[in-house]
Design a protein around this ligand. Structure first.
Ligand code: FE
Ligand code: CA
Length: 519
C-alpha cells in the first residue's frame, strides 16, 4: 500500500472539505493545510516528474501526479491527498509570488492540474509541488507575453512520436538544454502497442484498453528522466495523434472495428488529461475532449493547435473488414470525395475564424501529421497513404484555400506523425505547383519512433517538388526561432537513440523571411 492512512475522522473531514471547496474554496483552506501534514509516502510521490503548459500572459497550468509506486498502479490509497504548490521568481524559491493547495483525487489517479493566475507576462518562473513533507523537483516555466511587451522573439521546440521501446529519450535531454520558451508536442506521446526493430527496453504491461491500463502506460513513459527534463525546461502545448488511443483510429472507428471502441477511447482520453498539463475544462459532457485551442505569444505569434483525430472522416478504402489506413492507388474514389473532413465542421470554422482575426506576425498551425502532398509512384500508379492529409485531399484543399483567401501573416504548418523530417512549400491548391505558395511546412521527425524506409522517402521526394527536404534516417526535434523579421528552423538530430548518451547536431537549417516563405 502506498501511503499511510491519515486518521479516519480527518479523512472524512477532508472529503467534506473537498465538497465544500466547490462553493467556498477560501473557507476550507486552513483545514486542508492541516490534513496535508499527516500524509506519508512509502517512496518519492513525484516519480512522474512535473510539467507546465498552456502559457497565458497571466498564468500557466501546473501538473503533477502522485505515484510513489509508478509501475504498480501508482501506489496510492484510494483517498484524496492535499498537494501544495509554489511559484517563485527565483530557482531557490526565496521570492514566492503564488502558492496554494489542491486535492489530488483518486478518481483522477492523484493527478493535479493547477491553473495559476496573477502572474506577470513574459516572465520566467520556477514551480514545485509539496505533499506529505516531500517536495517535487523544481522546474522552470514561462508566461506568454502580452502584445508589445517582451514579444520580440520566441524560441520553440517541436517534438512528437516517442515509442518507448525503440529508443532512449536522448533527444529530450538535448531539447531540455536548448533554452526554449515553449515546447509543442504534436502526438504519439505514448504508444499503445509494441512494434519496430531492436528495442532497447520493453513496455511493462500489455496493450492498454481500460483506464487503469492507459494510466500504467503513461506512468512508465513518464518515469523517464530525460522526458521529465524536457517537461521541466519550459511550458508545453500538446495535441494528440492516434497512438494515445489506438493505431490509425479515426473518430469512432478503430483499426480492428472494435464495437466498444468509444469506451476504450474515453478511457484513453481521460488518461491523457490525467498526464498532461491541460486545463481540466477540456473535458466535454459528451465523452469527447476539446483539445484544439489557440495560444498567443503577444503580437509575434498565434499558435492554432488542431485535433486531427477526434472529428475526422474514416480513412478511405480500408482493407477488407478493417478500419485504419492503407496505401491506395487511383482506383480509390472515396479518398477524393468532397465531403471528407480532417477537422470536422466546427473546428474548420474555428480555424477559419482564427486565421481571419489573427493580427500576429506569425500564424503557426500546430497539428499532427504531414500536410504536403506526399504520393509516390508504384506499380498501380501514384499511391497515397490514407491516414495523413493525403487521405483527406478535399479537406486539405479547403484549409489552404482558406489561408489563401484570408491571408493571415506568415502561415507556418508544423506536424509530426510520419517519423521523418519534411520541409515543404504548401501551395494555394496543394496539388497544383503552379498556384502560389501560401504557407511553409516543417514536419518534425520523431523522438524515437523509427522512420520509413529510405528508398520510399526518396520516391516521395522525387514525386513532390514542393518537398524541400525529406529525411527518414534521423531522430530528434526541431528548434524554431521566431522574431519579427524571420523564422529560423533548425532540424536537430541525435546520433543514435539506442545509446543513452549520444550527441546532437543540426541536420539542416531553414529560414522563412517575413512575407517571403522559405528562403
Ligand atoms: Fe508516431
Ligand atoms: Ca501517428
Amino acid at each position: 500500500m502506498g501511503i499511510a492512512r491519515p486518521e479516519s475522522r480527518l479523512a472524512r473531514r477532508r472529503f467534506l472539505a473537498q465538497a465544500l471547496a466547490l462553493g467556498a474554496a477560501a473557507f476550507v483552506r486552513p483545514l486542508r493545510l492541516r490534513a496535508a501534514t499527516r500524509v506519508r509516502f512509502v517512496a518519492d510521490p513525484f516519480s512522474l516528474g512535473v510539467a507546465s503548459g498552456c502559457p497565458r500572459p497571466d498564468g500557466v497550468v501546473l501538473w503533477t501526479r502522485l505515484a510513489p509506486r509508478p509501475l504498480d498502479g501508482g501506489g496510492m490509497d484510494p483517498e484524496a491527498v492535499e498537494v501544495g504548490w509554489e511559484v517563485a521568481e527565483d530557482p531557490a524559491f526565496a521570492r514566492i509570488v503564488r502558492r496554494g493547495t489542491q486535492l489530488a483525487q483518486p478518481e483522477a489517479a492523484h493527478s493535479v492540474h493547477v491553473e495559476v493566475d496573477g502572474l506577470e507576462p513574459a516572465r520566467e518562473y520556477h514551480y514545485r509541488f509539496l505533499a506529505g513533507g516531500e517536495a517535487s523537483p523544481a522546474a522552470r516555466t514561462r508566461t506568454a507575453p502580452s502584445a508589445g511587451r517582451g514579444d520580440e522573439r520566441l524560441r520553440m521546440a517541436l517534438a512528437s512520436c516517442q515509442q518507448f521501446e525503440q529508443g532512449y529519450y536522448v533527444a529530450h535531454r538535448h531539447l531540455a538544454a536548448e533554452g526554449v520558451d515553449l515546447v509543442a508536442f504534436v502526438g504519439d506521446y505514448i504508444y499503445e502497442s509494441s512494434w519496430g526493430n531492436d528495442p532497447v527496453r520493453r513496455h511493462a504491461t500489455a496493450e492498454p484498453h481500460t483506464l487503469d491500463e492507459y494510466r500504467a502506460r503513461y506512468a512508465q513513459y513518464k518515469t523517464d528522466r530525460d522526458l521529465q527534463a524536457a517537461h521541466a525546461c519550459a511550458p508545453w502545448i500538446v495535441t494528440w495523434d492516434d497512438h494515445e488511443v489506438d493505431n490509425d483510429y479515426a473518430a469512432d472507428r478503430s483499426e480492428d472495428l472494435d464495437p466498444s471502441f468509444l469506451a476504450r477511447r474515453a478511457a484513453a482520453y481521460r488518461a491523457y488529461l490525467e498526464h498532461m498539463p491541460l486545463r481540466p475544462s477540456v473535458v466535454l459532457a459528451s465523452g469527447g475532449m476539446r483539445i484544439y485551442d489557440r495560444h498567443g505569444w503577444g503580437g509575434l505569434a498565434t499558435l492554432h493547435v488542431l485535433d486531427d483525430r477526434q472529428y475526422r472522416s474514416h480513412e478511405a478504402c480500408p482493407k477488407p473488414l478493417r478500419g485504419g489506413s492503407a496505401i491506395v492507388g487511383p482506383d480509390c474514389a472515396e479518398r477524393l470525395e468532397e465531403g471528407r473532413t480532417m477537422l470536422g465542421a466546427a473546428q474548420e470554422r474555428w480555424l477559419d475564424d482564427g486565421l481571419s482575426q489573427s493580427r500576429a506576425a506569425w500564424n503557426v498551425i500546430v497539428q499532427q501529421t504531414l500536410m504536403a502532398p506526399a504520393g509516390r509512384e508504384a506499380a498501380k500508379g501514384l499511391v497515397h497513404w490514407t491516414d495523413g492529409w493525403d487521405g483527406y485531399p478535399a479537406a486539405r484543399a479547403r484549409l489552404l484555400a482558406s489561408i489563401a483567401q484570408r491571408k493571415p501573416r506568415n502561415p507556418v504548418v508544423l506536424g509530426g506523425d510520419v517519423h521523418c523530417n519534411y520541409v515543404a512549400d504548401l501551395h494555394a491548391d496543394p496539388e497544383r505547383p503552379d498556384t502560389p505558395v501560401v504557407a511553409s511546412e516543417f514536419c518534425g521527425t520523431s523522438i524515437t519512433s523509427q522512420g520509413l524506409r529510405a528508398d520510399i522517402v526518396r520516391k516521395i521526394a522525387a514525386a513532390n517538388p514542393h518537398i524541400r527536404l525529406a529525411d527518414s534516417e534521423h531522430r530528434g526535434y526541431t528548434v524554431l526561432d521566431f522574431d519579427r523579421r524571420r523564422l529560423e528552423a533548425r532540424l536537430r538530430v541525435v546520433e543514435s537513440v539506442k545509446a543513452r548518451e549520444s550527441p546532437v547536431s543540426t541536420l539542416a537549417t531553414f529560414v522563412v523571411e517575413d512575407g517571403r516563405g522559405i528562403a
